[in-house]
Design a protein around this ligand. Structure first.
Ligand code: FMN
Length: 306
């Protein structure tokens, strides 16, 4: 049985990773689980300069999920290199750096700063940031812009390059095609959905910035549907994410067409869930005679009503 997953020039030892923004820089979880059991750690978003993020309150619980407006708070690339990489480098799991910026140069400069570091396995590009050079429109909501930024980043690295798709679009498959045309090695599907919660006693939005990104089990059926749609629109791998809490949830994504998965919000509820999911997928494969992760995708299409 082979649990490994090829993405571009890289190989993940198993398909289960932990999602950007929900797992810090890894060290925070070392006490509660065996990090070496993970296929990948997707770091908190890294920008050129440190970011303090948005004003508080910036998190609120919602039915089967949460809304966040953290605003990509992070230590910045220099501190990431000096303070965070040494710990990550000692792990037997891939470090995928989630990259953000407000201009295309910003994104490229983060990658240029990191690319010579051997233990940086690859990059996941977070496009849910306003493009200040294009009037503040989010990078991830325009297929031509996705293609352009992916092409630019492809020009500065040969390492695995994943583009994280926003679900806040009319046609996510079109966005995925843009990433593929630009030379991405994979797409991550999905980021959070924009939502709002209002405190009726105070007659105010709960989140200071009014809206936030909805995540957790509430969005799982949307993530699975979008993974199914995107995996049939492109030929590069899809990394499925959204509302995964256990093995069964992860299997839904693999059957929908994902080659790998990420656990996000659930890390706050059950910090070791991702480790159990990796073991659970292996067990399911053994029971169902599935030899490789690649073999999952065809299973759903075998069923007439799949
Ligand atoms: C508190 C929080 C912070 C997040 N920060 C980032 C981030 O820095 N970069 C990113 O690409 N996605 C970020 N996300 C989105 C998650 O990585 C993931 O795409 C989303 O939460 C859906 O997965 P889930 O339902 O399993 O949480 C964040 C999500 C949460 C809840």
């Amino acid at each position: 049985m082979d649990l490994s997953v090829r993405i571009g020039k890289g190989v993940l030892k198993n398909p289960v990773g932990v999602a950007s923004g929900t797992f810090g820089y890894g060290q925070e979880f070392a006490q509660v689980m065996d990090l070496d059991k993970l296929g990948a750690i997707y770091t908190k978003a890294i920008s050129m300069e440190p970011r303090r993020g948005n004003p508080t309150p910036r998190i609120v619980e919602t039915p089967s999920g949460m809304l966040n407006s953290i605003g990509l708070a992070n230590v910045g690339v220099e501190k990431f290199v000096t303070d965070k990489i040494p710990f990550l480098a000692g792990l037997d799991t891939a470090t995928v750096v989630n990259v953000v910026g407000t201009t295309m140069d910003d994104y490229c400069n983060v990658i240029k700063r990191l690319d010579d570091i051997d233990t940086v396995w690859g990059y996941e590009i977070n496009l849910s940031c306003p493009n200040v050079e294009a009037g503040g429109i989010q990078f991830g909501t325009d297929a031509a812009m996705i293609e352009e930024i992916t092409t630019r980043m492809r020009g500065v690295t040969e390492k695995p390059l994943m583009v994280k798709l926003s679900p806040n679009v009319t046609d996510i498959a079109e966005m995925a095609r843009g990433a593929e045309r630009g030379g991405a090695d994979a797409v991550t599907c999905i980021n959070t959905l924009v939502g709002m919660v209002i405190d009726t006693a105070r007659q105010q939005t709960v989140i200071a910035r009014k809206t936030g990104g909805l995540s957790g089990p509430a969005i799982r059926p949307i993530g699975v549907r979008m993974t199914h749609e995107v995996s049939r629109a492109i030929s590069i791998p899809v990394v499925g994410i959204g509302g995964i809490t256990n093995t069964d949830d992860a299997l839904q994504y693999l059957l929908a067409g994902a080659k790998a998965v990420q656990v996000g919000t659930w890390n706050f509820v059950e910090p070791a869930a991702s480790q159990d999911i990796a073991a659970g997928i292996a067990d399911y494969m053994a029971r169902h005679g599935i030899a490789r992760i690649d073999d999952f995708a065809a299973l759903l299409d075998r069923r007439k009503d799949g």
